[in-house]
Design a protein around this ligand. Structure first.
Ligand code: ZN
Ligand code: ZN
Length: 347
């Protein structure tokens, strides 16, 4: 089989490599990968940002995917050949304090698929059954490939935010996590506005509108005027910062109402700011990182019910055989969530 691997510590440098089809170790299931998504962190590996310096290269990347069990190792009890599955790619150690508490997303010793070991841009992947979850028959495989990013939004909104019916919600950043967060906050009853920048006006803000959300371009629109109109000047009840940019948090502070909540999701930017105004306004600053078993289960149901519309959201124009095109388009903001047909790597 072939895999798409990061091969050197420079920008780009993704190459198709030959790999042996793995044998499932005891407790593992061998999965034939059907579809896989391209995530912001995959783009981070493409650029080779400092967060990925620990990687041994070459490593096959890809961590959001779905597939079918084709073989099981000794002692596997929960999964059988033919089962459709998704993986929680942050594999907790199972032994630390957080793992015992069910907080494997903040495990002290986690390893990440497609970073610390070969990932899912490959014909097959062998995975401990403890990291797998079943996919219902009613879920389209292309949609199932996006359970993992959906679970990031589900955790941010359902576990970590106070969004409820009638809340005015600003989602900053119309990238993949932003548009999934927006859809789940909408399912919770919030009134959503999605904000982006000039480079989002090509693809991502129009996609947000196609998904049914009013949008703002923070570089050209009158934010104060819109806030005045939509919130009677009070500010948004909840602001999600999914921008990954240093300006995200300071903008959130400007936009949130006194007594409101800011939820920082995933890889945020770094900034310095005066924080005593936050204290005096009693702003709740909440972080949300990765996801757990429960967030995956909720996401599968939100996808099956249609509360999260992945058909409109995903972009299947790209091929793993010409992956640079997908990465460059992603970095330019000309796509939001590429989903690859991984069967090409078995041919
Ligand atoms: Zn991801
Ligand atoms: Zn752990």
């Amino acid at each position: 089989m072939r895999g798409l691997a990061k091969t050197s510590r420079e920008y780009g440098q993704m190459e198709l490599v030959d790999r042996e089809r793995p044998d499932p170790a005891p407790g593992e299931a061998l999965i034939e990968v059907d579809y896989a998504g391209l995530c912001g962190s995959d783009a981070g590996i493409y650029k080779f940002k400092s967060a990925f310096e620990r990687m041994d290269l070459p490593t096959v990347i890809g961590h959001e995917y779905t597939g079918t069990v084709v073989e099981t190792g000794d002692g596997v009890t929960e999964f059988q050949v033919g089962d459709r599955v998704v993986e929680r790619p942050i594999r907790g150690c199972g032994e630390c304090y957080q793992c015992k508490m069910g907080e494997e997303n903040v495990c002290q010793d986690a390893v990440i698929t497609g970073v610390d070991h070969d990932g899912a841009y490959a014909g097959y992947i062998s995975v401990p059954e403890t990291a797998l979850q079943h996919v219902q028959d009613g879920v389209d495989p292309k949609h199932a490939a996006l359970v993992e990013p959906t679970s990031i939004g589900a955790r941010a909104v359902i576990q970590n935010s106070r969004v409820g019916a009638g809340d005015r919600v600003l989602v900053a950043g119309p990238g993949p996590i932003g548009l999934l967060t927006a859809q789940i906050a909408d399912a919770q009853g919030g009134d959503i506005v999605v904000a982006g920048v000039g480079s989002d006006t090509n693809y991502r803000l129009p996609l947000a509108e196609e998904l049914g959300f009013p949008t703002l371009n923070v570089e050209t629109d009158d934010l104060e005027g819109v806030r005045e109109e939509l919130t009677d000047g009070a500010g948004y009840d909840v602001v999600f910062d999914t921008t990954g940019h240093p300006s995200g948090l300071t903008m959130a502070v400007d936009e949130v109402r006194k007594g409101g909540q800011i939820v920082m999701v995933g890889q945020t930017g770094e900034t310095t700011m005066a924080y005593s105004p936050l204290v005096r306004a009693e702003i709740d600053l909440q972080c949300s990182y990765a996801s757990t078993w429960e967030d995956f289960e909720r996401s599968l149901r939100l996808i099956e019910s249609g509360d999260v519309d992945l058909e409109t959201f995903l972009d299947d124009r790209y091929s793993l055989l010409e992956a640079d095109e997908a990465f460059e388009s992603f970095l330019a903001g000309d796509t939001c969530k590429p989903v690859f047909d991984v069967s090409v790597l078995r041919e």
